[in-house]
Design a protein around this ligand. Structure first.
Ligand SMILES: C[S@@+](CC[C@H](N)C(=O)[O-])C[C@H]1O[C@@H](n2cnc3c(N)ncnc32)[C@H](O)[C@@H]1O
Length: 282
């Protein structure tokens, strides 16, 4: 199976577990250490969780709380890339109100079914869940005010394409406001792979400076990466031991380098370059 199919299978199974009263944990058994705490736990405060169905909270598999950090205004159009059980879509829908709209995009049928059930339970109408891939967003150019996402872009094997698509669908002046796992600085490949196994079933976290470079290449400006949770070797010790990896041996390479972060950027209001002279503006 390729990476995308493996991701789809893992999250399809996670959605079915939640529907049958289990945990969203991405490991093969609900008790697996791949349950990614402390990454996914306690991301939302009670003022947020009290607004949405419990099943949406239980299905949460993110690593941040993008709607708490993003600026969302009444009447705006929000798109959540990799919306899973729909928690951030439902929270966004409340924030943009009945004159706005929140789209969730996901490629996994079981997650879409769970999200639509959560929408029905929440009784919100200004929400639409779309089936598709974040590398080919099924929305027109310049149609979205804010793109959010919660721990999904790291899963894509073509992040440049995801960022190009995000840029395309955002309106001029639109905001990119995403939670994701990033790596700060250099980490040996073997250590990185071990930690990525811990971070998620299949993770491909970017280095912070690569994320910035890719956003700039896609056309974004006002780029900023703000760490929200920095992980320590203790967070991963139990999982690494289960994988036969000596946490103490790699602790120096890990400390302070793996983090969840909030990544902001903007699509410039005008994408035409200002004219520099009488002949250069052809
Ligand atoms: C880590 S979960 C996060 C779900 C949700 N954002 C949350 O915070 O609970 C990843 C989700 O992204 C979806 N996904 C992963 N890669 C995708 C892709 N390339 N295109 C569309 N959806 C994708 C998976 O199906 C899954 O629902």
């Amino acid at each position: 199976m390729n990476v995308k199919e493996t991701v789809r299978t893992n999250y399809g199974e996670a959605a079915v577990r939640v529907k049958t009263g289990g945990s969203a944990c991405c490991g093969s058994s609900p008790s697996s250490a791949c349950c990614v705490d402390p990454i996914t736990s306690n991301l939302y405060d009670s003022s947020q969780t009290s607004e949405i169905p419990e099943a949406a909270v239980l299905a949460s598999l993110g690593c941040g709380n993008p709607t708490a950090l993003a600026k969302l205004n009444a009447g705006e159009i929000v798109l959540d890339l990799g919306s899973g059980g729909g928690i951030d879509v439902l929270l966004s829908a409340k924030r943009v109100g009945p004159t706005g709209k929140a789209y969730g995009l996901d490629m996994t049928d079981e997650m879409l079914a769970l999200a639509r059930e959560n929408q029905r339970k929440a009784g919100v109408n200004n929400v639409e869940f779309l089936k598709g891939e974040i590398e080919n967003i099924p929305l027109p150019d310049n149609s979205v005010d804010v793109i959010i996402s919660n721990c999904v872009i790291n899963l894509s094997s073509d992040k440049d394409k995801v960022l190009r698509e995000a840029f395309r669908v955002l309106k001029p002046g639109g905001r990119f406001a995403v939670s994701d796992v990033v790596v700060r600085g250099e980490v040996p490949e073997q250590v990185r792979r071990s930690m990525e196994l811990w971070v998620g079933c299949i993770a491909g976290a970017l280095r912070d400076y690569d994320y910035i470079a890719k956003l700039a290449k896609a056309g974004f400006d006002s780029i900023d990466i703000e760490p929200t949770r920095v992980y320590s070797i203790e967070d991963a010790r139990q999982f690494l031991a289960g994988e036969g990896i000596d946490a103490d041996a790699i602790s120096k390479e890990v400390e302070g380098k793996f983090m969840s972060a909030f990544i902001r950027a903007e699509k410039p209001s005008s994408t035409t370059k200002s004219c520099c002279g009488p002949t250069c503006c052809s």
